[in-house]
Design a protein around this ligand. Structure first.
Ligand code: SF4
Length: 233
């Protein structure tokens, strides 16, 4: 990848600093094992955190935390257990297939072996699992292992496009690469968490609250409001 634009680096650092002033620096603390984070993240596709967490807990409790039992269970029973997360017709087989791969290849339901992998290899490895794209893989790497991967969800994507840190129609994968090039790995967790907070509360999809936004002086969208249309990049 080519060297990052120095001006864009300065802008990225300013955005990072301003978001910390606004929201603080969240403490990185793994909440789940990598394996449990993977299952949870599969459940979180196209739903909110609360529903994903509820589905995860119901699934665990339904089988007393016995993942062998989940693997062997009728698919319809798993669908019922995770119903609250939606898309259960896709998510249930993805979970079972994930369990089958780990059981077959590792003999246990664990991802601890990825700790020894270079981050790029760990990312590629995780994306072999069904339904796991760059966002899910990055969440597992960053949240459970503190590895340098920057997850891009819809909030991060929208904010990055509006700020002009990426092109206005840049894909999530491109935006991941942009941030990973602009800022050092130790910023990724704080940057990700604060961008999501900002996207949910201020830089909303429909009505961004630019008048109260700490980033407005660094924002292309704000500067060109009324003249802000998607570009082809
Ligand atoms: S100024 Fe407006 S568009 Fe720009 S980041 Fe803030 S809320 Fe979003």
């Amino acid at each position: 990848m080519s060297e990052a634009d120095p001006e864009l680096k300065v802008k990225a650092q300013r955005v990072y600093d301003l978001l910390i002033q606004e929201y603080g620096a969240p403490e990185w603390r793994p909440r789940r094992s990598g394996f449990e984070q993977l299952i949870h993240t599969i459940l979180s596709a196209n739903t909110n955190d609360r529903n994903a967490a509820a589905a995860f807990e119901t699934l665990k409790q339904s089988y007393d935390g016995d993942w062998d039992a989940v693997r062997a269970a009728p698919l319809d029973d798993i669908k019922e257990a995770i119903r609250v997360a939606g898309m259960y017709n896709q998510k249930a087989p993805h979970i079972v297939e994930t369990l089958e791969i780990l059981h077959r290849e590792e003999g246990r339901y664990s991802l601890e072996h990825i700790r020894a992998m270079p981050p790029a290899d760990a990312q590629t490895y995780l994306q072999r699992f069904p339904g796991v794209g760059h966002k899910t893989a990055s969440i597992v790497l960053l949240f459970s292992y503190g590895m340098p991967a920057f997850p891009v969800d819809t909030h991060v994507q929208r904010l990055t496009q509006r700020l002009g840190i990426s092109g206005r129609r840049a894909a999530a994968q491109k935006i991941k690469a942009v941030w990973e090039q602009l800022l050092p790995p130790e910023t990724f967790f704080t940057l990700h968490v604060n961008q999501i907070q900002h996207g949910r509360t201020v830089c909303k999809a429909r009505n961004p609250r630019c008048a109260v936004c700490v980033l407005h002086a660094s924002c292309d969208y704000h500067a060109r409001r009324g003249d802000w249309a998607p570009d082809p990049s």
